[in-house]
Each structure stands twice: as structure tokens, then as C-alpha cells.
Design a protein around this ligand. Structure first.
Ligand code: PBG
Length: 328
């Protein structure tokens, strides 16, 4: 590389068209997955820790799905709020074919086929203790017995019409068990998007409010979610999930784990998604609402960062805002 003045990097930054010409990273609404919270109630409900995000009643979902379609957002990820009386230690509401998430899947399916419907596989929306799995008398989260319930939950959601199932529980071996059960039941086309590298993070706080898990959790999730200090271990997790039958993988949270997104994207030839989680959304919104950051510029920069790191797409609560900005 010749030295200055033969090389002047600023030459490539002089005008908007030049910057467009040399830009290395791009994104579009096709790179977005829209996470949507659900309520069994008749009206939308505000979520105080996630300003601008609401829990949607099932009756609003047909219109929401058509909005996603119009905006070019390919998929919606559903997260049910479960009231205390439907939570049990064994999370059996996960197996109810008429539960909130199954009704929501069916509602979207009846509205449009142009938008994919995704549902998490994990028991935390349904357990009274707030863990993603079954817990023994000593408070340990049990791996193999949990998998049996997760398989039932996955099949329940597949029968309701889910296109994408996203195991987010971090039990070992669950992707393989779910894949085998899907094949056996004739659901060979269901896409498994595994939360392969999901960290025990402080950034999930507002989500737990949104799904009614806040304040319920006994202990923490560090016995199954990953240690934020580890990146090599994420590669092991991804390799295992792919061997077991995952079609794509998620790294979660997002911004604080861009190095992990990049490592996974470089190593594996499957789509890698980043989940820009509730705490990340809430941080940006708090700063915007305090007059500290400019929203459009900040969310665009965050989206660009995920794509630059190698993410195929991003699950983000800013999805509809980003899609509108993009088409503006
Ligand atoms: C639960 C689940 C969590 C999120 C998605 N699925 C929370 C957790 O593991 O406690 C977090 C998403 C967010 O914070 O936006 N299996």
C-alpha cells in the first residue's frame, strides 16, 4: 500500500455516491425478524420496561402479519405472556394445543403465507419457577427429562403451523431430539433455528417482564446458558446443533457478542442470526427518550454492525421501525 499522499482514504468518502459505491455492508428488511409479544387479553398491553413495544392480542395478529408483509419483513417470532395461574412446575401449558402461542400461529397462518411464523421452544413462559426446563428438589435444571417436554412443545407448535422452531432453552441434545420427532411426525420441512450460543446475560431483564417471568426466577440460568467469558465454547455449541439438525443458528445477545457472531459466521456455512435483545432495545430507547441519542441514526448503525460482523439477519424489536426507515 503506497503511503500518503498516493493513498488518501478520504478520497473514497467525499460524496454520498462515492460512499455508496465503496460501501462494504448493506441490509434490507429481508434481514429482519420481528419479535412479537402476545397477551391472552382482548386489548394491547404496554410493557413499561420496553417503551414502544406492546403485547398484542391474537385478534391484532392478522393485521400485524400483513404489516410485516408490506414492510418486507420475512418472519415474526412469537412470545406469549403467561399469567401466574397457567404456570406450573412442569410447564405443561406448553403442550396445550389451544395455548396462546398456538392460537397466534394459526391466526397468522390464516392471514398470510407470505410471512414466516417462528416460535421459541423453551419452558420458561410456562414454568412457575421461571426456568427453561424442569427443576428437581435441589433446584437443579434437569437436562434429559426437559428434552422430552421440549419435544412435545415443538410438535405442538409444528401442528399449529409454525414454520420455524427456535429452541432457546440451552439443554444439551435437544435439537437432535426435536429433529427426530419432527421427521417421525411428517414435519420434515420445519426449519430449526437453534439458539446455539445463548449467554447468561443481564440484558434479558425487560423480556422477562414482557412474558411475565420477572421476579419468578429462583436462582439464575448460569447452569445452562453460556458464560459471557467464553467464545470458543460457542463454536462447540454451534457445531453440535448443526450436527443434530439445525438449519440456522442464533447468537444472543447481540451487540456485546459481535465477536461471537463473526467467529460463527466465518467458521460455519449456515445462516447466522443475532438477537438484539430486550435490554439492548431498552438502552437505545432510554437514551433516545432522554435526548441523548438520535434514534434513526443509532438503530441504523446497530443494524449495520450486525451485518458487518456477518449476521445474515437480526431479531430486533426495532424491526418495524428499521423496515419503515429503509423504505422511506
Ligand atoms: C427464553 C428466552 C429469553 C429471551 C428469548 N427467549 C430470556 C431468557 O432466557 O431468560 C430473551 C429475549 C430478550 O431479552 O429480548 N427462553
Amino acid at each position: 500500500m503506497p503511503a500518503f499522499p498516493a493513498t488518501r482514504p478520504r478520497r473514497n468518502r467525499r460524496t454520498p455516491w462515492l460512499r455508496a459505491l465503496v460501501r462494504e455492508t448493506s441490509w434490507s428488511p429481508a434481514n429482519l425478524i420481528w419479535p412479537v409479544f402476545l397477551t391472552a387479553g382482548p386489548e394491547a398491553e404496554a410493557i413499561p420496561s420496553l417503551p414502544g413495544v406492546v403485547r398484542h392480542p391474537v385478534s391484532a395478529l392478522a393485521e400485524l402479519a400483513r404489516e410485516a408483509e408490506a414492510l418486507g419483513i420475512p418472519a415474526i417470532a412469537l412470545f406469549p405472556h403467561t399469567p401466574a395461574e397457567r404456570r406450573t412446575p412442569d410447564g405443561r401449558e406448553a403442550l396445550n394445543p389451544d395455548n396462546l402461542v398456538c392460537r397466534a400461529i394459526a391466526e397468522i397462518r390464516s392471514a398470510t403465507d407470505a410471512v414466516g411464523v417462528m416460535a421459541d421452544v423453551a419452558l420458561d413462559p410456562y414454568t412457575s419457577h421461571g426456568h427453561d426446563g424442569l427443576v428437581d428438589a435441589q433446584g437443579r435444571v434437569l437436562n434429559d427429562p426437559t428434552i422430552e417436554v421440549l419435544v412435545g412443545q415443538a410438535l405442538n407448535q409444528a401442528r399449529a403451523g409454525a414454520d420455524i422452531l427456535a429452541p432457546s432453552d440451552m439443554m444439551d441434545g435437544r435439537v437432535g431430539a426435536i429433529r427426530r420427532a419432527l421427521e417421525a411426525e411428517g414435519f420434515a420441512d420445519v426449519h430449526l433455528m437453534a439458539y446455539a450460543a445463548k449467554y447468561a446475560s443481564a440484558f434479558y431483564g425487560p423480556f422477562r417482564d414482557a412474558v411475565g417471568a420477572a421476579g419468578r426466577l429462583t436462582g439464575d440460568k448460569r447452569g445452562y446458558q453460556m458464560d459471557p467469558a467464553n467464545a470458543r465454547e460457542a463454536l462447540l455449541e454451534v457445531a453440535l446443533d448443526l450436527e443434530e439438525g439445525a438449519d440456522s443458528v442464533i447468537v444472543k445477545p447481540g451487540l456485546a457478542y459481535l465477536d461471537v457472531v463473526q467467529k460463527v459466521a466465518e467458521r460455519f456455512d449456515v445462516p447466522v442470526f443475532a438477537y438484539c435483545v430486550s435490554g439492548e432495545y431498552a438502552m437505545v430507547e432510554a437514551a433516545v427518550r432522554a435526548g441523548i441519542l438520535e434514534r434513526d441514526a443509532a438503530v441504523t448503525e446497530v443494524m449495520t454492525a450486525f451485518r458487518r460482523a456477518g449476521a445474515r439477519g437480526v431479531l430486533t424489536y426495532h424491526a418495524p421501525h428499521l423496515a419503515r426507515l429503509w423504505s422511506a
